[in-house]
Write a new protein. Structure first.
Length: 502
């Protein structure tokens, strides 16, 4: 049968936009070279929302090409040498902002700036909504500069000292992400945190040093809380009680430190409406899971740093939990059986292994959670370990629809058939060839997406044959590495990167 070629060049602009929205940035760049119309569509205002321009201060040609460009960038990322911050580099950044500032909504700078430098940046960004930057504390005492009101700013990320700007006026700010590099910085940031507290919806606080005055903070309207480092380490029991009692409507909580039973008790008592909970727990106490009984709306449970042999889990089943994420270095089989009884309705599971035998854990997971529909296995320590015969245990997951292996060498020859599987990602297949592709097509007749990483030995002809058998299946083979020399040549020194990787 002759294949009818559909004239994509005749498609309406709206439909082209929809098609391009599914393409990764690298493919959109290739499409933009076809014609002027495609260039306008591929980098139109709507699709630029998820693209960031990386400013390379050493690349003078970048400024030349930006002057010729009609692309309206909405996000800018710049990395300056933290030690050697030359005035010429700042001048270069300001020149770029003079060109693009009217449309920019996000500015991220991984550097510590002087107060007057930040002021020069801010006044060039009238539509700024997202700001991440650090400040030199010594310039705060010398400078008496009044900052203009950033009336549209919704997210503020402080690498250091930004919250010490006393004239900071951000009436629409709802999200904050702050790194305190010292306890002194933390104490001096308290006044503005107190002033902003009632308007904040998302609060992310990380402290390198001890952050002692936590009892002075209240965030009554926060729906997301993410705290880590030593933020809570120096707090007394009364300070912890005062801090956590200041929350009432939290939905998403991430406690990225060694969580005690006291903290777990306080946070679950103050906010029984939590829907997503991430904990770092190394040793479980007798009441660790019992406190979670209060969370009747909990849908996602994530536990990191588990290194425990607890076999008895004294808690009623948490029937509302559908998604489970574990980071484990070593646990007993009885612990996994206990989790099965505790979480009987989990359908999505992500397991990151940091010191256990990956094949052994895969067998335990498949034995205890046979109702899974989505499973991700990742090995973060020994990224060269092999999954072979243990893959046969996946056959116990009769409801499985999505399977992902990260940083694990995978022998697909051992993978059992599954007519329900729709999505398969193997980022490190072991000697996978064209013949294996055909075998995958037989074992997974309803596959809609296949991604194969480094280690594959497949050809375009093999992929074409697979597509002839699975006509609705998308096959993605990401490149093993990126040749930046070619990027420089083809894309004119304008470094565009997907926003989600920043």
């Amino acid at each position: 049968m002759d294949v009818q070629v559909f004239p994509i060049s005749d498609l309406p602009v709206e439909l082209l936009q929809h098609i391009f929205s599914f393409l990764p940035l690298s493919d959109r760049k290739s499409a933009s070279l076809v014609c002027h119309l495609w260039e306008e569509v591929a980098f139109g205002v709507r699709l630029m929302r998820n693209v960031a321009l990386e400013i390379r201060v050493w690349c003078n040609l970048q400024l030349t090409y930006l002057r010729r460009s009609s692309r309206r960038y909405r996000n800018v990322f710049v990395h300056l040498d933290p030690v050697n911050r030359r005035e010429s580099h700042i001048k270069f950044v300001l020149e770029v902002l003079d060109l693009l500032g009217a449309h920019l909504e996000s500015f991220q700078c991984l550097a510590v700036l002087r107060v007057e430098q930040l002021l020069h940046i801010v006044i060039r960004l009238p539509n700024l909504q997202h700001l991440v930057v650090g400040l030199d504390a010594s310039t705060l005492t010398r400078q008496k500069l009044d900052f203009p009101a950033m009336k549209k700013l919704r997210f503020l990320g402080s690498l250091t000292n930004v919250l010490q700007i006393k004239s900071l006026n951000v009436p629409k700010l709802t999200d904050i992400n702050v790194v305190f590099t010292s306890s002194v910085e933390g104490r001096e940031s308290i006044p503005i945190l107190q002033r902003l507290a009632s308007q904040l919806k998302k609060v992310e606080l990380f402290s390198v040093g001890y952050f002692t005055p936590i009892e002075e903070l209240r965030f009554p309207n926060a729906e997301l809380l993410n705290i880590g480092g030593r933020f809570c380490e120096a707090g007394s029991e009364s300070a912890l009680r005062a801090f956590f009692s200041g929350f009432s409507v939290l939905k998403d909580v991430k406690l990225d430190f060694a969580v005690s039973e006291l903290v777990l008790d306080l946070i679950t008592k103050a906010c029984p409406g939590i829907e997503s909970l991430h904990l770092k727990i190394r040793q479980f106490g007798p009441d660790s899971f019992r406190w979670m009984e209060r969370l009747k709306c909990l849908k996602t449970l994530s536990m990191g740093g588990i290194d425990d042999t607890l076999s008895n889990i004294n808690c009623k089943p948490l029937v509302s939990v559908k998604r489970l994420s574990l980071e484990m270095s070593g646990c007993s089989p009885n612990f996994m059986k206990g989790l099965r009884l505790l979480l009987p309705n989990v359908t999505t599971m992500t397991v990151t292994l940091t010191g256990a035998n990956v094949g052994w854990w895969l067998e335990l997971i498949c034995l205890n959670f046979r109702q899974l529909r989505q499973l991700t296995i990742s090995d973060e320590i020994d990224r060269d370990r092999m999954l072979a015969s243990s893959l046969l245990s996946v056959g116990q997951l009769e409801q499985l629809e999505e399977l992902t292996f990260k940083n694990v060498r995978t022998r697909v020859v051992f993978m059992p058939a599954n007519p329900r599987l729709r999505r398969l990602v193997i980022d490190h297949p072991h000697w996978l060839n064209n013949g294996d592709l055909l075998e995958l097509a037989k074992r997974y007749p309803n596959l809609k997406y296949l991604e194969l990483g480094s280690g594959r030995e497949v050809t375009d002809a093999g992929i074409k044959k697979l597509r002839s058998l699975l006509k609705d299946c998308v096959v993605h083979c990401p490149p093993s590495c990126m040749n930046w020399g070619n990027v420089l040549t083809v894309y004119r020194d304008v470094f565009e990167i997907p926003l989600h990787i920043l």
